[in-house]
Design a protein around this ligand. Structure first.
Ligand code: CTP
Length: 448
């Protein structure tokens, strides 16, 4: 019996896929089809797949052409499958010509002609029209997000506006996007905006964008206080628009799995979390006079995200020590008290500490090395060192693409809340930023 194997994502199964499967089947007596897992696609940067692996397998099954369906989960699996299933022929579409020649060592490799004029990419594009996104505010990390947007299909970052006109034309020229001198004119043309402005401007900009019927992705912290949050989430709901805070950490595959692992009870009940984030920027001297570039505004939301996600939004008390000099906040040590747990967060700008996270449980603890907010690795440790478990998750780019992908998904699926980060969680964090901004902290002089 001649065994043939072929692989694919088979998203929104189309006649090109069916033609390929028919040709592959005709090469032998038994056809094995490998369907990519959701995590494998995500890890290899294929971020726009619409259907889950279960739906895609079901569609392949319904063609009646596969004698066996397997899931492709990792790089390098093909060699092991070919050996394991004693495969004679590896077949794949001609768009992959040359890429799988290395498999000739294990079986015959055949590239089959690809059907012209159809692809999952095109079907996804017709299903969901392209979302035009305008950028409001050129500053760190705007340029990186524009670069990363190129990896996410379904959106186009095609316009930019900056109140102070800083670097606007240079960035627009570099990425071939339209520079606007009027925000209103830009909003009129866009479906969505990405806001990267100083915190006190967020509410006005968000309100304006929503009133121009634009979806909004805004850098963190998204609001200065809870009443702005309530008012603008309400407006977004009324307008049926997505309003979402940009925190890339929560979309890193490792962070996502970390949350699931913590919830599974593997380290017992969580009693404490320690989180630190700090950096000394090159332009510290330049920004020292700008209150809203201080450490709590810069890092606060990021440091609080794992605490609020794991221990919940119902903390009983939050006390903070604010190390400042001339109104600039260099360092904060905060302590949150919950009914049965505590959490410590340290954020610093112009000061440096180890950027790690430790989640303490009754059975063991999770250690995430620095920089935990860009995490791809963590360990679960127990009393018995030999029981240590190490987890590594690959991710592509700088994480922004996952954040953009979620934003696009929320828009396309008409979904106001994200499973990754709820409005309730955002508001809880905003409450702590508001407490800090309102001066309900103990002040210490950084210079002494
Ligand atoms: N295929 C084909 N003809 C097409 C599209 C796909 O023969 N018009 C083949 C591919 O070469 C591959 C298999 O179908 O062998 C699965 O491809 P997949 O990547 O899942 O489909 P695409 O439509 O190419 O998906 P995308 O646009 O997301 O890359």
């Amino acid at each position: 019996m001649k065994k043939v194997i072929t692989y694919g994502t088979y998203d929104l199964l189309h006649y090109g896929h069916i033609a390929l499967l028919k040709r592959a089947k005709a090469l032998g007596d038994y056809l094995i089809v490998g369907v990519t897992s959701d995590a494998f696609d995500k890890n290899r940067g294929k971020l726009n797949v619409q259907q889950t692996v279960v739906e895609r397998i079901e569609a392949v099954k319904r063609t009646g052409l596969a004698d066996e369906i397997i899931v492709e989960e990792y790089e390098g699996q093909k060699i092991s499958d070919i050996k394991k299933y004693k495969v004679d022929i590896f077949a794949i579409g001609s768009d992959w010509r040359g890429k799988f020649d290395y498999l000739n060592e294990y079986c015959q490799v055949i590239y089959l002609k690809r059907t012209e004029g159809v692809s999952s990419t095109e079907l996804r594009a017709t299903k969901n029209p392209l979302i035009k996104i305008g950028v409001v505010g050129i500053g760190n990390p705007t340029e990186r997000i524009i670069q990363e947007s190129l990896y996410v299909s379904g959106l186009e970052m095609c316009a930019a506006y900056d109140e102070q006109n800083k670097k606007l034309s240079a960035i627009c020229e570099k990425y071939n996007i339209t520079a606007y001198s009027s925000l209103e004119n830009m909003l009129q043309e866009m479906d969505a905006v990405y806001i990267n402005a100083l915190l006190p401007k967020h509410d006005i900009l968000i309100e304006k964008a929503l009133n121009f019927e634009c979806h909004v992705l805004c850098e963190s912290p998204i609001f200065m206080n809870r009443s702005d949050a309530d008012k603008l989430f309400e407006l977004a709901k009324k307008k049926n628009k997505v309003l979402f805070e940009a925190i890339k950490t929560i979309f890193f595959p490792a962070f996502e799995h970390l949350m699931l692992i913590v919830n599974s009870g593997i380290i017992g009940g969580i009693r404490d979390i320690e989180v630190s984030c700090s950096h000394i920027p090159e332009n510290l001297e330049e920004i020292k006079g700008e209150k809203y570039k201080g450490s709590m505004y810069d890092w606060g939301s990021i440091a609080l995200v794992p605490i609020i996600k794991i221990l919940g939004t119902e903390y009983e008390r939050c006390s903070m020590y604010d190390y400042e000099s001339n109104g600039f906040n260099y360092f904060v040590r905060g302590l949150l008290k919950y009914k049965n747990a505590t959490a410590v967060f340290k954020v610093g700008k112009g000061i440096k500490t180890e950027g790690q996270m430790i989640i303490t449980g009754t059975k063991g603890y999770i250690y995430v090395p620095a920089p935990w907010w860009k995490t791809d690795y963590f360990e679960i440790r127990y009393e018995d060192l030999r029981a240590t478990k190490k987890y590594f998750y690959r991710y592509e780019g700088e994480g922004f693409r996952y954040e953009l992908l979620e934003f696009v998904k929320m828009i396309n699926q008409n979904q106001i809340e994200s499973y990754y980060y709820s409005q309730r969680e955002m508001k809880s964090i905003i409450g702590i930023i508001e407490q800090f901004d309102g001066g309900k902290v103990e002040k210490l002089n950084f210079d002494l």
